[in-house]
Design a protein around this ligand. Structure first.
Ligand SMILES: Cc1cc2nc3c(=O)[nH]c(=O)nc-3n(C[C@H](O)[C@H](O)[C@H](O)COP(=O)(O)OP(=O)(O)OC[C@H]3O[C@@H](n4cnc5c(N)ncnc54)[C@H](O)[C@@H]3O)c2cc1C
Length: 598
């Protein structure tokens, strides 16, 4: 926690390196010397993998190094009374089957829908005493078109067609997310039985092709091209193009002009909530409440979850078969399966003894692109930001735009590109791209009455700065002050309302959450690191070179975001292997022994 700088006025007496310790209702108990499966890390993917395995009769323990569960889907009370979704803050991508299978509502999950999803205020002088313009996009298409028409009537006409076009692509990709990617090595080296089984992995690809039909080449261009090229074909107004382009660069050290940015946009529009395609929402109690609901589901089936249990080493026997793990304090925990929710780089460069990994594999894991532009700033304020474009009401109650992703410095794609260019020179952006969210505008449980928690997802900040500068307290505060100055220009009075702030630069994200390079997805979501190349070509099926060791986090297919697909898919692969070496499972757990389990 960065203390509020003196210049922020009323310094809040917080002097903690980590959040106030919440009681984790599901973590604890007595660590056994042996389990069927051990999951390294209690990120949402690790918890999901544990929940599925345990429900299927595989005795599972989750070992988390931090004092809280959830990984990057976590709530931390950094200032008494203020609960922050310290890393991720919006829910949409979680796979629909997971809500159902794990009965997340029953286990306490509540989500606040956002009917309006994006607000982009302009920095301009109002004309004839009118406030500056802004662009508000939401679920009501007629209203959204009216908003776009302020900038371009032509774009307003095109927008519903664009949405339909993108939704079709999202539907095509959808089945690919819940399945193991096509495994080409099995076709070359597998037995006849394995090859026949592998044929089924083509099914989602064929389904995708059928959905896209004759328009496949156009969609190919969207996925591989720069998002600016795609958007220029559809629209002419910069505020709309820049607002849409933010989703194409979020979390990526790329410009909207970079080829492949189209896929990142798609990754952020293919979610949905309770059947509403593309909807995003806030989890009541912050993102950690989602992780707790998953953990409760896992615990209800009998899984054991432990915090403050950092794993030091994966143990491998002389036959190259996993044997369990050793904790930092020397405790050994034996298991037949180990699923690692840690990133590929932590798993293979730090936890697995190097002699068990092919040299080429080790080298390529160390060469993964983990660059990240993101600095997350969590802010506690004593009043709602008051935007010049849509002034607050006298009651001070949140207005519809307060629930949106508020995009600042996003009125022109060139501004985004320039922000990226700064970072390529090793300088934090002069005018950073800012996504400002106020979850407490919908969720009253997060802050004291009248106060709010604000999430600032900002980029671009390089991990290593030019001239050998490091991200020390001075640099962190200088950058946060720059971000605050930008916000002040759109919403005067913001700076005075700040009670405290928590600044997480890429090295901080790496240190606190174990995200290499600070990359929010465990590794770039570039086309060369996706699908059957995630984390590496020919290693995308959750298996690893060590028998019995699986990757179950965002570094595996289909990648980052609070999606849960990697955890679920990995559990399926691990379970099938476990069943083949433990036929007794079928007699002991009849009815639970085949996938899908429930
Ligand atoms: C700032 C930020 C904002 C984001 N915003 C969003 C958003 O709004 N919506 C969204 O969908 N996604 C968002 N994301 C991305 C998303 O949060 C992540 O991709 C996702 O949460 C990763 O989940 P995971 O379970 O795969 O891994 P993680 O959450 O990274 O979990 C891995 C776990 O393993 C633990 N671990 C590592 N090493 C060890 C060890 N040796 N022993 C024991 N435990 C270990 C870690 O402590 C951690 O708990 C954001 C991410 C960040 C960082």
């Amino acid at each position: 926690m960065t203390l509020p700088s003196q210049r922020l006025g009323r310094a809040f007496a917080v002097s903690t390196q980590q959040s106030l310790r919440p009681a984790c209702p599901v973590a604890g108990g007595h660590l056994q010397p042996e389990y069927d499966a051990v999951v390294i890390g209690a990120g949402h993917n690790g918890l999901i993998a544990a929940a599925y395995l345990q429900k299927l009769g595989v005795n599972t323990a989750v070992l988390e190094r931090r004092h809280v569960i959830g990984g990057a889907a976590v709530t931390e009370e950094l200032i008494p009374g203020f609960k922050f979704s310290r890393a991720s803050y919006l829910l949409s991508l979680l796979r629909p089957q997971i809500y159902k299978d794990l009965e997340l509502k029953k286990h306490g999950l509540k989500v606040y829908f956002r009917n309006l999803y994006s607000f982009t205020p302009m920095l301009e002088e109002g004309i004839r005493d009118k406030p500056p313009r802004s662009l508000l996009l939401g679920t009501d298409m007629a209203e959204t078109q009216k908003q776009i028409a302020q900038f371009s009537p032509k774009d307003a006409q095109a927008f519903p067609k664009y949405e339909k076009f993108m939704n079709r692509l999202a539907s095509a990709i959808d089945p690919l997310l819940d399945a193991t990617p096509v495994d080409m090595t099995v076709f070359q080296h597998g037995s006849l039985h394995q090859r026949l089984r592998a044929l089924f992995t083509f099914k989602p690809l064929l389904q995708a092709g059928l959905i896209l039909g004759a328009q496949l080449p156009q969609y190919y261009q969207v996925i591989t091209g720069p998002i600016t090229k795609v958007l220029d074909e559809w629209f002419e107004s910069e505020p709309l193009k820049a607002t849409l382009a933010t989703d194409a660069v979020i979390g990526a050290m790329t410009s909207p002009h970079t080829p492949g940015s189209g896929y990142v946009l798609l990754h952020h529009v293919m979610g949905g909530l309770e059947g509403k395609k593309g909807a995003w929402g806030y989890v009541e109690g912050g993102m950690g409440a989602l992780s707790h609901a998953i953990a409760k589901a896992a615990a209800a089936h009998g899984a054991n979850i432990f915090t403050e249990k950092p794993v030091d080493k994966v143990q491998v026997n002389s036959n190259g078969q996993v044997q369990g793990v050793v904790l930092k304090d020397g405790t050994e925990v034996r298991s037949k399966l180990v699923l690692s929710n840690a990133s590929p780089q932590i798993t293979f460069l730090k936890l697995v003894p190097q002699e068990w990994l092919p040299e080429e594999f080790f080298k390529r894991i160390s060469q993964l692109d983990t660059q990240s532009p993101v600095t997350k700033i969590n802010v506690a304020v004593d009043k709602l930001p008051n935007f010049l474009a849509v002034p607050n009401s006298t009651s001070g109650q949140p207005l519809p735009h307060h629930q949106c992703s508020i995009h600042l410095n996003c009125e022109d794609t060139q501004v985004l590109h320039q922000a990226f260019e700064d970072a390529t020179k090793g300088i934090p952006s002069h005018r950073p791209m800012i996504e400002l969210c106020i979850p407490s505008s919908l969720d009253p449980t997060l802050a004291p009455p009248g106060c709010h928690v604000i999430s600032l997802f900002t980029q671009y900040t390089p991990y290593t700065m030019t001239g050998g500068k490091v991200w020390d307290e001075q640099e962190r505060n200088a950058y946060a002050d720059r971000v605050f100055d930008c916000i002040e220009a759109y919403a005067p009075g913001f700076k005075k309302s700040v009670i405290g702030r928590d600044i997480l630069t890429p090295p901080d994200l790496e240190r606190v959450f174990g995200l290499p390079g600070g990359n929010i997805f465990h590794g770039a979501m570039s086309l060369d690191q996706l699908y059957f190349a995630r984390p590496l070509p020919s290693h995308s099926n959750y298996h690893s070179p060590v028998r019995g060791l699986y990757l179950c986090g965002s570094g595996a297919h289909p990648g980052g975001g609070v999606m849960g697909a990697a955890g679920r898919n990995a559990a399926k692969v691990a379970f099938e292997d476990f069943k083949s070496i433990n036929p007794s499972l079928i007699t002991e757990h009849p009815g639970h022994c085949s996938w899908p389990a429930f």
